[in-house]
Design a protein around this ligand. Structure first.
Ligand SMILES: Cc1cc2nc3c(=O)[nH]c(=O)nc-3n(C[C@H](O)[C@H](O)[C@H](O)COP(=O)(O)OP(=O)(O)OC[C@H]3O[C@@H](n4cnc5c(N)ncnc54)[C@H](O)[C@@H]3O)c2cc1C
Length: 421
């Protein structure tokens, strides 16, 4: 980092000026970490700013889809990601009115990775940033909270960020907002996402694995009763459990006490009787307020939004991380040369949005249909004990020609994205 320097500024505070960089990225999630790595390996000077001091946050989305595994393979990182503590999901089973139902089966995909790899997001982010640090043009600043945009000549020319030792200023040819669904960069740029309103929220928690319990060959199970949906993912050492509730119903559930939650889990899956005993406090439970949104414009002169900052994703299908990574790959493919040449046009940023916007629209439309026709129906059906799957969804999963289309879209993305340079 360049020597700290005290300057007179309009905001009447001491600002330390960093050396200028080609690209500064706000947010070290999957989108920012992947973009940082891809640009650094091509020699672009890039600074990644992450507001937290570590990557360790519970329930951040751990579903690494085949699309991301193929990208990691291209980068020579597939073996290392498989060495991380992980588990594979290929064909989860749901309990329904007509017996077990497998909504998707990835074993027929035309890829070498026919499964979702469940990897702790913190491990994935550590892997990406460790790899990026091998390149001298990469700089990672942890505990660096982006608070402001530097604007000059009608464009964004970098950021101000706060660390434990004060406020800093970092100038850059391009500023990327990869700071997630509550993006500060997006807010500072005055860009408003257009949101839809998914009908559900999700409670995430862990349950211990116990000897002789449920056998889950496909790596995950799911069930439904009394207006709630339960999904469990085998994480080897424990079950990662998602408990889906009607939007806005968290407070009334909480008012019943934690034993109310335990009872509702057992209504759906009585075989978890012993496992749920470990659930004793609400602080063991994380609430994900489900949102889905899309920005009309992902860019301004000198500024680009990617990942959840540009389009917050519903958790249906577990695509959020993977779409964020695909955004990063497309952005790196199109930005490397202009950043190396120090000549970036707004047209280039517009092209990135054009290439990524329609796959996001398609997957969000798909999620909306599932939310409306399956999840919302299930959450309204207070009396019913097992999940009703509409005929057309069942038909889709039986017709050989059609059954692999939704899993392929979910697992590989609407378009296959490759690292081009
Ligand atoms: C509880 C939960 C469960 C989820 N489950 C899944 C799942 O199973 N599968 C899936 O694919 N997706 C899941 N998601 C969604 C998924 O996590 C996101 O779609 C994905 O992480 C988006 O990546 P991103 O890099 O765009 O943003 P994020 O992962 O949100 O990363 C943004 C980063 O920016 C940092 N940041 C924020 N503000 C600033 C700032 N001002 N300055 C500097 N840094 C900043 C944040 O600390 C964060 O590290 C889940 C999300 C949540 C909240």
């Amino acid at each position: 980092m360049a020597a700290a320097q005290v300057v007179d500024t309009p905001i009447q505070t001491q600002i330390q000026k960093d050396a200028e960089t080609g690209c500064c990225i706000a947010g070290g999630g999957p989108a920012g970490a992947m973009l940082g790595l891809l640009l650094a390996r091509r020699g672009v000077r890039v600074t990644l700013l992450e507001m937290h001091h570590d990557f360790d946050r519970e329930f951040r989305g751990d579903t690494v889809h085949p699309s991301t595994l193929e990208i990691l393979d291209q980068l020579g990182l597939a073996e290392r990601v498989h060495e991380l503590p992980s588990n594979k999901i290929s064909a989860p089973t749901l309990l329904t009115t007509r017996g077990p139902f497998t909504p998707f089966d990835l074993s027929r995909l035309k890829t070498q990775y026919r499964y979702i790899l469940m990897v702790h997001q913190k491990d994935l982010l550590a892997l990406l940033t460790q790899e990026a640090k091998k390149y001298p043009s990469f700089r990672l600043l942890m505990g660096a909270n982006v608070t402001d945009l530097i604007r000059e000549d009608g464009g964004v020319r970098g950021v101000r960020y706060q660390t434990d030792d004060g406020i800093h200023e970092l100038r850059a040819l391009l500023t990327v907002g990869a700071d997630g669904r509550f993006s500060r960069v997006r807010h500072l740029a005055g860009i408003e996402p257009v949101g839809t309103s998914p009908p559900m929220d999700v409670l995430w928690f862990r349950l211990p694995h116990l000897a002789g319990e449920i056998d889950v060959p496909g790596g995950a199970f799911g069930g439904f009763a009394s207006g709630h949906i339960l999904g469990g993912f085998d994480r080897k050492d424990y079950w990662q459990v998602a408990f889906v509730i009607a939007k806005g119903s968290y407070q009334s559930l909480r008012a019943e006490g934690i034993e109310g939650l335990r009872r509702r889990i057992l209504d759906i899956e009585p075989r978890l009787g012993k496992n749920v005993e470990s659930l004793t406090e609400w602080h063991q439970v994380s609430l994900l307020s489900v949102e889905s949104s899309l920005c009309r414009r992902w860019y301004q002169p000198g500024l680009l939004l990617i990942g959840d900052a540009a389009h917050a994703m519903s958790p249906v299908g577990g695509v959020g991380i993977n779409y964020a990574v695909q955004d990063a790959v497309v952005a790196a493919n199109l930005l490397t040369k202009p950043l190396l040449d120090n000549r970036l046009t707004v047209d280039r940023l517009r092209t990135i949005q054009r290439k990524r916007q329609w796959p996001v629209r398609i997957i969000q439309a798909f999620q909306t249909q599932l939310q409306k026709r399956v999840i919302a129906t299930a959450l309204r059906a207070q009396e019913q004990r097992t999940l009703h799957i509409p005929w057309f969804v069942r038909a889709f999963t039986r017709i050989p020609f059609l059954r692999d289309v939704p899993p392929r879209i979910m697992a590989m993305g609407v378009v296959r994205v490759r690292v081009e340079n």
